[in-house]
Write a protein that binds this ligand. Structure first.
Ligand SMILES: Nc1ncnc2c1ncn2[C@@H]1O[C@H](COP(=O)(O)OP(=O)(O)OP(=O)(O)O)[C@@H](O)[C@H]1O
Ligand SMILES: [Mg+2]
Length: 257
């Protein structure tokens, strides 16, 4: 990080338009090193659009995105990933017949590609001790160490999401972006996910931005919260205070007070 910039991520006055729809209007957001930040808002508020402006899938028409003090607004998705912006995908893309261990290894090698080609030639694809160590540490961190040799077809949806998280961690991100990771999970699975997020935050000092509809997950897994409505930022502040704000309650739940 550059001197004078306390933030890991700074999104400054971002706007984007789709045809006639102003999907984002002058939205700014900051995330500090090691911070857990939430983003909520009704359907269509612009959360995913905003998320895509950070990962680089979308380019804002106005505003800048800065990461570790550098302007990354014009960088490609893969360049941002290299700098340390990781993400999970909403739709799980797990491969039938492959184990948890194999999924993590493939993600690790995709990240350290040159090494793996050499490794594949020398060892016929067997993991090195170093790779094995990283894969097993990550499986443990996300709570899948006892399922590490299970084929993914046998995993619950909750365990599948934890594996997605583990895969995202193989690039050793400084910032992890999660778009509705609890969708389809029951309460117990969501709380397990929250525990893993805390563990990742503490063990690796990874910051994360959690886009969610599940307010119980937001409550336990974030320290600060931003609320969007129709492309605008409606509120920001400490999570509990923001959730209790009457305007937020009204906008988000449709019930005032
Ligand atoms: N590629 C696109 N082309 C046109 N309009 C889009 C595009 N992507 C999003 N929009 C519109 O922008 C607005 C914001 O959508 P977005 O998906 O960001 O909302 P969201 O807050 O993620 O909603 P949800 O909670 O349902 O996931 C919506 O009106 C949506 O229809
Ligand atoms: Mg969305």
């Amino acid at each position: 990080m550059q001197a004078g910039t306390p933030w890991l991520l700074e999104v400054q006055h971002v706007s984007i338009q789709f045809g006639g729809i102003l999907a984002l209007q002058d939205v700014s957001l900051e995330i500090g090193p090691g911070e857990a930040v939430g983003l909520i808002g009704p359907n269509g508020a612009g959360k995913t659009t905003f998320f895509n402006c950070i990962t680089g899938i979308l380019e804002p028409h106005r505003g800048r995105v800065r990461f570790m003090g550098a302007d990354i607004t014009d960088l490609e998705v893969y360049e941002r990933a290299r700098l340390g912006i990781g993400r999970t995908f909403q739709r799980m893309e797990l491969f039938t017949g492959m184990s948890v261990r194999e999924h993590l290894l493939v993600s690790l090698r995709a990240y350290t590609r040159a090494g793996s080609m050499m490794n594949d030639l020398v060892s016929g694809g067997r993991p090195t001790d170093a790779e094995r160590g990283i894969v097993e540490d990550t499986a443990k961190l996300v709570g899948l160490d006892d399922r590490i040799d299970s084929v993914v077809d046998t995993l619950s949806l909750g365990h599948g999401r934890l594996l997605e998280l583990g895969r995202a961690l193989m690039t050793n991100p400084r910032l992890l972006l999660l778009d509705e990771p609890s969708s389809g999970l029951d309460h117990v699975e969501s709380m397990a996910l929250a525990e893993v997020l805390h563990a990742v935050q503490h063990a690796r000092r990874t910051s994360y931005l959690l886009v969610e509809h599940d307010l119980s997950l937001i409550r336990v897994a974030t320290d600060r919260l931003y609320v969007m409505e129709q492309g605008y930022l409606l509120a920001k502040g400490p999570t509990e205070a923001v959730l209790n704000h009457p305007r937020v309650r009204e906008a988000y739940t449709g019930v005032a007070g």
